[in-house]
Design a protein around this ligand. Structure first.
Ligand code: F6P
Length: 556
């Protein structure tokens, strides 16, 4: 793998630096003087309409950003990824989550193996299994059909499935509920298992490595719960076989845990954990929305992959959004990025994106081991509208920080409800969307002191200042006809590729996650001290020792 191009040494970076110095964005004036702005800055990617026109970007900036993409070789690296080159250099792996959504019959060999055939072989087994659970053909050890599926996983083995399960609520099987256990806090397992009938509960142990402490601990807790609840009347081996399946790249460890490998669904080391919801890790989702829904979900990802692969740079939405983020972070000093879905169904989408973006691009060295040459990795955060409006939007509107925000909304609601207040029969979705449109307007165009004064001329200067909005706060508006499995797949793939683009500009390996290792290692080391081992306690630094002593003094 060749060394990354240092983006900051390119001509386009210098040009962007110069543009940023004299940059005085004025969205009011830009829109007033340029009626074509919306059309020029709005693009279509599969079913998504993406409006960048309320961003702090003009033609000059855009041209320089596209030059930058060219200079650092985004397209070259994209093609290297799509063709299975080992672009995850620190783990010496291909990066091929895009292969998970290639249609059957497509050709892609990974390290000499027909990846597409492998993917579809596993998909066929998942679909068959999902159908059996959905139809009631798969029964528990006492012959009853499954009513609850509990997914045990963490990180990418949890966030994707739970986010998609929530997002696609209207598409779920009406009589099968999925629950999710991730945290090693025993409260998570205790509360999730509360009220469940062991005879009708199926556990999916989802772990890419099958070595994750949290997941294996929770899996053992659930196995013990199941066997205890079922009692002596049942055969324990049969109970585990009928109530536990596994998803992993490590089928040997699955067998060692006691799960029959014929009840295991595999995937491959070329799928990163945070890129795996469309692999067997999505088995709980496949049960919930059925094979057809899952196939539609995959088709959505693939449509966005094709857009990313083939759309010209100036119309390539993931490329443009990734570059815009670079502009905001590296030239306009943004540190965070808000994601604000105007869809309650997407309430876990920001949390999902936190792992995708921050585990991918939160790095301080480049893929050749040299230090990064500029800031990397924004903090992603958000809550669904309108909840966020009544909580943190104040800071986005009037605070001193620049917070680029992505607004996401759908023309059609999942549930169309009318409010007959005062006999007006108001479509509540319209009220909801009015809030989305109003917020992006307010952020872009603000409210001048003169406009504030015009509303009530006798206000003091202090009140006028407090009620003034600067505007010029950048937003991107993403809309689609409705939140279907396909559209959800498109949205996820969009953010995967945005993350990729930023990683390439910064020269980092977006597909490893060494930063999570030290804490895991130390947790194992600290564990004996927490358990009371005097020598281990003495070996701690003073602060950690005092914390452990506090714990030991107060634990009942
Ligand atoms: O510790 C971080 C991480 O490796 C994530 O990247 C991953 O999604 C998560 O842990 C869970 O890993 P696994 O699926 O192997 O249990």
């Amino acid at each position: 793998m060749s060394a990354p191009v240092d983006a900051t040494a390119t001509q386009s970076w210098k040009q962007l630096t110069a543009l940023a110095e004299g940059f005085t964005p004025d969205l009011r004036a830009w829109f007033a003087q340029d009626p074509g702005r919306v059309d020029r800055f709005t693009h279509t990617a599969a079913d998504l309409r993406v409006d960048l026109s309320k961003g702090l970007v003009d033609e000059g900036v855009l041209a320089a950003l596209l030059d930058l993409a060219e200079a650092v070789g985004v397209a070259r690296r994209r093609d290297a990824m799509l063709s299975g080159e080992h672009i995850n250099v620190t783990e010496d792996r291909a990066v091929l989550h895009t292969a998970l959504r290639l249609p059957a019959g497509a050709r892609l060999s990974v390290d000499g193996q027909d990846a597409v055939a492998d993917v579809h072989e596993v998909l066929g087994r998942i679909y068959d299994f999902a159908e059996r659970v959905r139809s009631g053909a798969w029964t528990g050890t006492t012959g009853k059909r499954i009513r609850t599926v509990v997914n045990i996983g963490i990180g990418g083995s949890d966030l994707g499935p739970v986010m998609a399960y929530e997002a696609l609520a209207p598409f779920r099987h009406p009589e099968i509920e999925c629950r999710f256990i991730s945290n090693i806090d025993p409260t998570d397992a205790a509360l999730t298992l509360q009220g469940l009938d062991p005879e009708t509960t199926l556990f999916i142990v989802a772990s890419k490595t099958f070595g994750t402490l949290e997941t294996l601990t929770n899996a053992r807790l659930c196995r013990a719960w199941l066997l205890e609840q079922l009692g002596d009347a049942v055969d324990q081996k049969d109970a585990v076989a009928k109530h536990f399946v596994a998803v992993s790249t490590n089928l040997e460890k699955v067998a060692a845990f006691g799960i029959d490998p014929s009840n295991a669904f595999g995937f491959w080391d070329w799928v990163g954990g945070r890129y795996s919801v469309d692999s067997a890790i999505g088995t709980a989702l496949a049960i919930a929305i059925g094979p057809e829904g899952f196939a539609d979900f995959l088709a959505g990802f693939h449509a966005m992959d094709e857009h990313f692969r083939t759309a010209p740079p100036a119309e390539n939405v993931p490329l443009l959004m990734g570059l815009l983020n670079v502009w905001y972070v590296n030239f306009l000093d943004a540190h965070t990025h808000a994601v604000l879905p105007y869809s309650q169904l997407l309430h876990r989408f920001p949390a999902y994106l936190q792992q995708l973006t921050m585990e991918s691009n939160g790095k301080g060295v480049r893929w050749d081991g040299t230090p990064v040459t500029t800031g990397t990795g924004e903090i992603f955060w958000g809550e669904p509208g309108t909840n966020g409006q009544h909580a943190f939007y104040q800071l986005i509107h009037q605070g001193t920080r620049l917070i680029p925000a992505d607004f996401i909304a759908f023309a059609n609601p999942a549930y169309a409800l009318k409010d007959d207040a005062a006999g007006a029969d108001v479509d509540v979705h319209e009220l909801f969307l009015a809030n989305f449109f109003a917020q992006t307007k307010a952020l872009a165009f603000g409210k001048t002191a003169d406009e504030v004064r015009a509303e009530a001329p006798d206000q003091s200067d202090a009140i006028v200042a407090a009620r003034t909005f600067t505007g010029n706060r950048p937003t991107t508006s993403i809309m689609a006809p409705a939140l279907t499995p396909s559209v959800l797949g498109q949205l996820i793939a969009l953010y995967e590729h945005i993350t990729f683009v930023q990683g390439v500009v910064w020269g980092i390996d977006s597909f490893d996650q060494w930063g999570v290792e030290l804490g895991k290692q130390l947790a194992l080391q600290v564990s004996p001290a927490v358990g009371g081992d005097a020598e281990a306690i003495a070996g701690q630094d003073p602060s950690t020792r005092a914390l452990i002593e506090y714990y030991r003094a107060h634990r009942k």
